[in-house]
Design a protein around this ligand. Structure first.
Ligand code: 8YV
Length: 328
């Protein structure tokens, strides 16, 4: 039997502990193996647990590569509850006829909210200020106490102008009266540029002109260390860098150095290369807000992401087209 000629009961692995009431919906179409302790499987354990399955419900923590797929001959569909798919080898899935689905749209607004929150927290030094207060170091009001940069009225450069980048642009323009520049593989259609009052720039120009730079692009080899020492040096003195994309977009050592050297005003990171491990250079860097990959983490949004992942699995396992396949 292979994935193209299935008979008998369908089997699905839910690789992490996810809202049980949503996962229960899968039981109408398949036998479901779940995990109760939410441990992240080693690659070997994932291979073993997925070996006889037809469907996989995964998060960004599970790596789906060719070796894994070869060990799972019956696998028909990988459904990730994330929008990003850098943890999945799409070419290897396509070669083996495995459908891949993801969870766009449902997390756009929540993630955009968080991007703005991280920008505000970094530019206004909220993390450092809170630690200072809690440590009992606040002895007097001072004119320059945690005096940061203004966000309202400033120029925001958005790198990656997809759904999330555009939702951030809307907040920046209409909520904070910012001027928005953007850099994207594809230029937006003129009516969208007009609606968002956003102007396209090449990356070096965007970096030079922006007071705050926010990264919201998909990750892949072309985006690896897109922001390194050279790009950081192009940014305005005192500028802010915010990364809600993937850790690998930023050269973390170069970022730590720029913060230590005082060129960059502040930074906010929600994502890290090699997360959940965080580069010690970042932990020691000043004026840096760090959060544990939680941009999409509101309860309604995490539920909507899980629901969409389940809906995609059910559709494919029932021989119907998925709602949100990964395309291109
Ligand atoms: C997820 C994300 O929380 O959807 C994505 O691509 O980055 C986040 O929304 C994360 O990937 C969970 O693993």
């Amino acid at each position: 039997m292979n994935r193209l000629s299935h008979e008998g009961p369908l089997r699905v692995l839910v690789a992490r502990a996810v809202f049980p009431d949503i996962i229960d919906q899968l039981r109408a179409v398949a036998e479901v193996e779940t995990t109760l302790d939410d441990a992240i499987c080693t690659p070997e354990a994932l291979r073993q647990r997925l070996a006889d399955k037809h469907g996989a419900f995964v998060t960004g923590s599970e790596r789906i590569d060719a070796a894994l797929l070869d060990a799972c001959p019956e696998l028909m569909v990988v459904s990730t509850m994330t929008v990003g798919v850098d943890h999945i080898d799409l070419a290897a899935c396509a070669e083996r006829g495995v459908t891949v689905t993801h969870a766009p749209d449902v997390l756009t607004e929540t993630t955009a909210d968080f991007g703005v929150a991280l920008l505000l927290a970094a530019a206004r030094q909220i993390g450092d200020a809170e630690r200072f207060l809690r440590a009992g170091q606040w002895s007097k009001w001072s004119v320059d106490l945690f005096a940061g940069a203004d966000v309202h009225g400033a120029t925001l450069g958005i790198v990656g102008m997809g759904r999330i980048g555009q939702a951030i642009a809307r907040r920046a323009v209409f909520g904070f009266n910012m001027r928005v520049l953007y850099h994207n593989r594809k230029r937006l259609a003129a009516p969208i540029e007009e609606e968002l009052r956003a102007s396209h720039r090449d990356l070096p120009t965007l970096l030079r002109e922006s007071h705050h730079v926010l990264l919201a692009l998909p990750y892949g080899p072309a985006a690896h260390h897109l922001i390194g020492a050279e790009q950081l040096a192009l940014m305005r003195p005192g500028a802010t860098l915010v990364n809600i994309a993937r850790g690998g977009v930023v050269d973390e050592a170069a970022l730590a150095q720029s913060l230590h050297g005082g060129h960059l005003g502040a930074a906010g990171l929600d994502v890290f290369e090699g997360e959940p491990r965080v580069n010690p250079l970042l932990l020691a860097a000043p004026r840096l807000v760090l959060t544990p990959h939680i941009a999409s983490s509101s309860i309604p949004t995490r539920r909507a992401m899980a629901q969409l992942a389940v809906d995609n699995l059910v559709a494919v396992l029932q021989g119907q087209p998925p709602l949100t396949p990964v395309t291109g």
